[in-house]
Design a protein around this ligand. Structure first.
Ligand SMILES: Nc1ncnc2c1ncn2[C@@H]1O[C@H](COP(=O)(O)OP(=O)(O)OP(=O)(O)O)[C@@H](O)[C@H]1O
Ligand SMILES: [Mg+2]
Length: 563
């Protein structure tokens, strides 16, 4: 049994405390199907989130089978199914793949057979067996809602909370979905609650709860609804509600409330819950489920795949083309000691040539670095923000934020490794940049790519939308070149102020420090800016990676529900 006692939920608006829900008292047995109805904005979703544990009540208590959830902790993730209004499946995957991922992330199964059995059962009970191989992209509205329910059923939750799962459907599909929820509620351990503002199909519910401006104004059998509000048909309830203040309606209901609850079957299960729910899989199982799902989506998305491979192939090529003129000069550095006037003139000429060469080496490396930061931002800017609502849902279902970030790190590491490796090897093969040793050169390119990828992952975890994250990340890359000081020197104070944040600078300066000494001399001549030592480059870029991942973890942990 679910019981809410004198619940109040307030938010802070400027300096005022505004109650979105007030004096909420209700009791619903298990094996029951309840509708929460009411005009738009009356607090239905807010109430549902409170029951789901997404919102925290300001005062009052919530009990489940006699257990005080406010004091003794929320229900286990596997005990609750929460179906939000938005789609919580990946469009690129099929119905079955989505359900399989949900099982891997949320329900522990004992064997392969048990796993497939569970997937089959869930698909069958939601009427999806026939379309299990279809990609979600092509599903109808009603089929998507079925899938949303299926994803929640993998743990056999005792509390199934649905928000507007029938809105926007045609009457036939709406009826089918309500019928499906009704079927799911015919289980003595389970309570199904559906929020809706549609007043059709009310007959299928065991009880209807009417909310108005955050107050309960009725809770009882659907048959008695018309009589209670003195209207002819259920659809007239809303206009009728508007005629009186919500407080007055709530006052009237308070007089009838006790009589209604007294007539209700009370099944007290004071003993520990008779839980039939599954347990959440371990961190490793979740990690692999997330990691492999990410690759699958990556390979399904043709557009993204094409973009990634084009960037991978074309960017190093760009570096080479832009510096093609200087490349053949790179191999010969002129060194001679002048003795005669003619030799002195030759020396001056050689000097100019060598300075020019220093500029070419510096420019070549800066170009590598900038393109790798661009790849970094492209790698991760949308990574979390683009699927945030799905992740919020999965987090509520028991997916650990650290494991989620870990799976992103593993996925992105592969991209970063390929990009920086190819950039280093391809450019080196053609341009023969005079580095003393290629390893530090490669590692500094890898780190600048990894640093930008990590920072943009952090941005992605904090952003409100994927577009916002993309835009911010592009700005960040755009500022790298002008603020690096490699092209034009900044005023000294501005350089010291911005330098710690400019990853392109540290990678470039570090690589310059690793050039053959003769070249380094000329690079120093043509560069107006301070050149930090290589070890400091490693330290700062390493810090960028750590800070980026830390921010990503904090951002991912923080709840971010859209509605
Ligand atoms: N976190 C919040 N901060 C400020 N206002 C909020 C917050 N959450 C909800 N509200 C406001 O509280 C009211 C109730 O919102 P809620 O989403 O619960 O309504 P609803 O009954 O589900 O409406 P609908 O039928 O349109 O979905 C709305 O006016 C909404 O704007
Ligand atoms: Mg709502």
């Amino acid at each position: 049994m679910l019981e809410l006692k004198d619940i109040r939920f307030t938010i802070q608006k400027r300096n005022d405390e505004v109650a979105l829900l007030d004096q909420i008292d209700l009791r619903v047995p298990t094996g029951h199907f309840m509708a929460i109805v009411g005009p738009s904005g009356c607090g239905k979703s807010t109430l549902l989130k409170l029951i789901a544990g997404i919102n925290q009540e300001t005062s009052g208590s919530i009990f489940w089978n006699g257990r005080n959830l406010s004091e003794e902790g929320d229900l286990e993730a596997s005990e609750i199914g929460y179906v939000p209004q938005f789609s919580i499946a990946y469009d690129a995957l099929t119905v079955e793949e989505n359900v399989e991922a949900s099982v891997r992330l949320r329900a522990k199964t004992s064997s392969r057979e048990a796993f497939h059995q569970l997937v089959d059962n869930v698909l069958a009970s939601t009427g999806l067996s026939a379309i299990r191989d279809r990609p979600v992209r092509v599903l109808s509205g009603g089929q998507r809602r079925r899938l949303s329910l299926a994803l929640e059923l993998v743990t056999e939750p005792v509390l199934l909370l649905c928000d507007e799962v029938t809105s926007g459907l045609d009457p036939k599909s709406e009826h089918e979905i309500v019928e499906l929820m009704y079927q799911l509620s015919r289980n003595e351990h389970r309570l199904v609650v559906n929020v809706t503002h549609s007043l059709a199909n009310l007959d299928l519910y065991d009880s209807v709860l009417v909310l108005d401006a955050g107050r309960i104004v009725y809770h009882g059998p659907p048959r008695a609804l018309e009589h209670y509000f003195s209207v002819e048909k259920a659809e007239d309830v809303y206009p009728r509600l508007a005629k009186r203040d919500a407080g007055e309606w709530a006052g009237s209901w308070a007089k009838h409330r006790d009589a209604y609850y007294a007539s209700q079957p009370v099944r007290h299960i004071d003993a520990p819950d008779v839980s039939v729910s599954a347990t959440t899989p371990g961190a490793f199982a979740q990690f692999f489920a997330l990691f492999f799902r990410r690759w699958r989506i990556f390979f399904r998305d043709r557009g993204q795949l094409f973009l990634q491979f084009s960037i991978l192939a074309v960017f190093p090529f760009l570096v080479v083309i832009f510096d093609l003129d200087g490349v053949d000069q790179l191999q010969r550095l002129s060194e001679s000691v002048p003795a005669t006037k003619a030799e002195f003139e030759a020396e001056t000429e050689a000097m100019t040539f060598n300075l020019n060469l220093g500029g070419i080496v510096s420019g070549l490396v800066m170009f590598q670095v900038i393109l790798l930061t661009l790849m970094g931002s492209n790698n991760s800017a949308r990574e979390i923000a683009g699927e945030r609502q799905i992740f919020e849902k999965e987090k509520l279902g028991g997916v650990r934020p650290s494991v989620y970030v870990g799976s992103k790190v593993a996925f992105l590491s592969v991209l970063v490794l390929m990009q920086s490796f190819w950039m280093t090897v391809f450019v080196q093969a053609i341009c023969e940049i005079p580095s003393q040793s290629m390893m530090p050169h490669f590692l500094l390119l890898l780190l600048v790519n990894a640093g930008m990828t990590a920072i943009c992952l952090g941005i992605s975890s904090l952003a409100r939308t994927a577009d916002q994250a993309s835009l911010l990340s592009i700005y960040l890359v755009g500022f790298q070149l002008p603020l690096s000081g490699a092209v034009l020197a900044l005023p000294a104070w501005a350089g010291w102020l911005t330098r710690p944040f400019i990853s392109a600078y540290w990678s470039w300066a570090g690589i310059m420090d690793g050039m053959e000494r003769d070249y380094f001399r000329y690079i120093k001549e043509v560069t107006d800016t301070w050149l930090g030592p290589m070890w400091l480059g490693f330290v700062v870029l390493g810090l960028h990676v750590i800070v980026g991942l830390l921010v990503a973890y904090i951002g991912v942990k923080r709840p971010k529900w859209e509605n």
